[in-house]
Ligand binder design. Structure first.
Ligand code: BG6
Ligand code: MG
Length: 222
């Protein structure tokens, strides 16, 4: 029996995955390390410093900077990102998400958030969706970044629900891996290729159906 849903934030509740991409792309351009959307799939769900490491490795520049310089580069990206998210309003909640959250609530299930972002609370606040979440775990409270399961396990723990009774919702490969490593049922939002490890895949948030997902969970658990 499913007892809780645990949501990723960026790219699931709102399209901040696009803003992270644009902010990294700008920094990449400044460093002379261009990259495309396909490479960006590897950055989704991954922490700020790990994302920077992956971009520097792409340009073979990972040894060109001291730890302090890397901190400064990550801060620079975050400044671009913070500028982009000032524009967020409740109208930026992705299609179908509010209805989906209400359906989960109507069935008496708990709702958590497991985000790798240190900006999670700011984004949730700007979207005005905090009322739907019983608990939010953000990057500040976990030691290990996705694909490590820690952030999902921590969310289940504070919700007081066993991992096997949770359904995780993600748009990132690293995020789906984290859900599966936590022993949860995974819903992937995105392409079949990128979401290959998810138990259920939907192309977009508008296709998230409470009935269909819970039926798939029941069939999987039986
Ligand atoms: C994740 C995003 O939610 O948060 C990643 O998918 C991002 O793209 C990560 O790098 C860290 O975010 P922040 O806001 O702490 O830099
Ligand atoms: Mg995401």
């Amino acid at each position: 029996q499913v007892q809780a849903f645990i949501f990723d934030l960026d790219g699931v509740i709102t399209d901040t995955a696009e803003y992270h991409y644009l902010a990294w792309k700008q920094l990449g351009g400044e460093l002379g390390i261009p990259f495309d959307r396909e490479f960006n799939e590897q950055l989704k769900g991954v922490s700020r410093m790990e994302s920077l490491e992956r971009i520097l490795a792409l340009g073979n520049r990972q040894h060109d900077f001291t730890a302090e310089e890397k901190e400064a580069l990550a801060t620079k990206k975050n400044e671009h990102y913070k500028e982009l998210i000032t524009k967020i309003t409740p109208a930026d909640v992705l299609p179908g998400i509010t209805e989906f959250l209400r359906a989960i609530r109507a069935h008496g299930l708990r709702i958590g958030m497991a985000s790798a972002s240190k900006n999670a609370f700011v984004v949730v606040d700007r979207l005005g969706v905090q009322e739907y979440f019983d608990h939010i775990v953000d990057a500040a409270t976990v030691a290990n970044s996705k694909p490590h399961p820690e952030v999902f396990l921590r969310a289940a723990e504070v919700l007081g629900v066993p991992a096997e009774a949770c359904i995780g919702v993600e748009d990132a490969e690293a995020g789906v891996e984290a859900i599966k490593a936590a022993g949860m049922f995974a819903v992937g939002v995105g392409t079949k290729e990128a979401m290959a490890k998810a138990d259920v895949v939907v192309a977009g948030t508008a296709e998230l159906s409470y009935e269909e997902i819970v039926a798939a969970f029941a069939a999987h658990t039986r």
